[in-house]
Ligand binder design. Structure first.
Ligand SMILES: Cc1cc2nc3c(=O)[nH]c(=O)nc-3n(C[C@H](O)[C@H](O)[C@H](O)COP(=O)(O)OP(=O)(O)OC[C@H]3O[C@@H](n4cnc5c(N)ncnc54)[C@H](O)[C@@H]3O)c2cc1C
Length: 354
């Protein structure tokens, strides 16, 4: 009997975890990962890599709980993985306190506190705060590389190779590659991050209304002290993250620039980004706000309902999309990967040629 063959397109955190999930479930499956760039070089390279135990809907809370547990087990099995647990404080206006309790997992064990455990962050009048558990952050680029290293050589990573066309036939899917080669597989998982408009899958994805939004995080040149907490500003959908491994703080705020092109999203911070971010942070930490002078700018794919999109795109169910991470693709990646692999038939006895 022949082994099932799957090509994963995209070697970001989602594609790497899809490949890992397939091999964990079906050791005999033949998996190839193809990326037009290097492993972990898309949104994953720019990610702040924060996981916090929150979800705005029941499905996202379930995915959050699954992913939190998955990363905890990964770190237990591989203590060198670049994942760093850290304390968390959540800040919200008192009118939105009930919303906070609904959004956070019970395992977060939110406990009211008078103020965040960092004297540079001051609560404005009417704000309330809690400490909570389950927060961690990762170097997502390094983690993607580490996952790929663990999968190689059984899973080949074809880097620097773009997929330019997908042709679904009765016997499988043929992927045309920029290198001039063809790959044929039983099934394909598309994990292209914000490259949702690539010609090979643009038309298949168009009915799902996925859009691309800029995502920005500012850097603050101040070394976080030991035990510094991540402070999540619930009302503003923003957070202040101590990056002890890099020796500086990061402030992520919600930028509302839509329909950007990932290939044009690396032109750096503009004056209006700095002004918006500083105005948000100044509500809580004016001293740090004044010191936001640099950062990271890229984008991510957003779905209309702000829940990840994991589904087959073709009638035969051979082409599965795994993405639409809505700026949460690190923290939800294990659950996205599991949902995507649930849609594959890994018992297939069809044999395709690479
Ligand atoms: C500044 C910033 C901060 C963020 N902070 C957080 C955070 O704190 N927590 C969190 O959970 N999420 C965060 N995110 C979001 C998170 O980083 C993304 O959701 C996640 O990295 C998406 O992973 P991915 O694997 O789907 O996409 P990517 O990492 O973008 O990978 C997609 C891959 O597909 C490849 N590809 C595209 N087109 C083709 C093609 N035609 N052929 C072959 N390969 C192709 C690309 O080269 C790329 O490597 C942040 C994002 C940004 C930009």
């Amino acid at each position: 009997m022949s082994r099932p063959t799957v090509v994963v397109v995209g070697a970001g955190i989602v594609g790497c975890l899809v490949a890992r999930e397939i091999t964990d479930r079906a050791a005999d499956a033949e998996v190839v990962v193809v990326d037009r760039d290097g492993v972990g070089s898309g949104a994953s390279r720019r990610s702040a890599g924060l996981h916090f135990p929150r979800g705005a809907s029941e499905r996202v809370r379930r995915m959050t709980a699954y992913s939190e547990d998955w990363y905890r087990r990964l770190l237990g099995a591989d203590p060198g993985a670049p994942i760093h647990p850290l304390p968390m404080t959540v800040v919200a206006s008192s009118e939105r306190a009930a919303e906070v309790h609904e959004a956070y997992l019970p395992s977060a064990k939110l406990t009211p506190v008078a103020a965040p455990d960092d004297d540079r962050v001051v609560l404005p009048t009417g704000a309330v705060a809690w400490t909570g558990e389950g927060c961690q952050h990762a170097d997502v680029h390094a983690l993607s590389l580490r996952l790929a290293r663990g999968l190689r050589p059984a899973v080949p990573f074809r880097e620097g190779i773009a997929v330019t066309e997908l042709v679904s036939r009765a016997g499988g899917v043929t992927l045309r590659l920029g290198s001039g080669e063809d790959l044929t597989a039983d099934q394909v998982v598309l994990a292209p991050g914000p490259w949702i408009h690539a010609p090979a899958w643009r038309d298949l994805l168009a009915p799902h209304g996925v859009r691309v939004k800029k995502v920005i995080a500012l850097h603050i040149e101040d070394r976080p002290g030991p035990g510094a907490p991540c402070v999540v500003f619930h009302d503003e959908d923003a957070f202040l993250l101590p990056l002890a491994d890099r020796g500086h703080w990061l402030f992520s705020y919600t930028c509302q620039e839509w329909d950007v092109d990932p290939d044009q999203s690396t032109d750096g911070l503009h004056a209006e980004h700095l002004a918006e971010a500083r105005a948000t942070l100044a509500l809580y930490a004016p001293e740090l706000a004044a010191r936001c002078t640099s950062g990271r700018v890229f984008c991510d794919a957003y779905t209309p309902d702000r829940r990840p999109l994991v589904r087959a795109l073709d009638p035969a169910g051979r082409i599965v999309f795994a993405g639409g991470a809505n700026g949460s693709g690190y923290r939800l990646a294990p659950a996205i990967a599991a949902e995507a692999v649930d849609l594959l038939d890994l018992t297939s006895s069809r044999r395709s040629q690479w």
